[in-house]
Write a protein that binds this ligand. Structure first.
Ligand code: RB5
Length: 143
């Protein structure tokens, strides 16, 4: 399942990405926000993380203005590997090397077409495992 989350600064791009999935008949879970009214990104990263961690197959897509706040907030949960991706190469590497389970996008600095290309790459790229699995496992021993 794909979990969508944003603050007010990511709301518009979240809606555009949701529309893309709707047109593809792909179901998403939208944990908010649901308007352009000002909200706090940690609340929506937390709500998104809770749903993402319900199944190892789940993928999150979180959006704030820069993507930085959402990245910091999402990665506070040790089971979340959230990657802020500015292009499709980063999205591909975030999946291949980091087994990222959350894609973060910068709503104020990326248009719909670029974002959808990044989303497609993220969703169609597999973790390479091997040496990268050793590194990802070490992330569980950071504290
Ligand atoms: C909201 O104004 C903005 O600060 C937020 O969306 C995000 O960019 C924070 O990192």
């Amino acid at each position: 399942m794909i979990i969508l989350a944003s603050d007010h600064a990511g709301f518009q791009l979240k809606e555009q990405i949701k529309e893309f999935f709707n047109n593809e008949n792909i179901t998403t879970i939208d944990v908010g926000t649901y308007s352009k009214d000002k909200v706090d990104y940690p609340d929506f990263a937390k709500a998104g993380n809770e749903r993402v961690l319900e199944s190892p197959q789940n993928i999150g897509i979180y959006i704030c203005g820069t993507g930085i706040g959402m990245s910091i907030a999402a990665n506070r949960n040790p089971k979340i590997r959230a990657a802020l991706c500015m292009n499709s190469t980063f999205a591909s590497l975030a999946r291949k090397h980091n087994d990222a389970n959350v894609l973060i996008l910068p709503g104020r600095y990326m248009n719909r077409i670029k974002a959808i290309n990044i989303v497609k790459t993220f969703l169609t790229t597999d973790f390479e495992k091997g040496r990268h699995a050793i590194r990802v496992r070490k992330l569980n021993n950071m504290v």
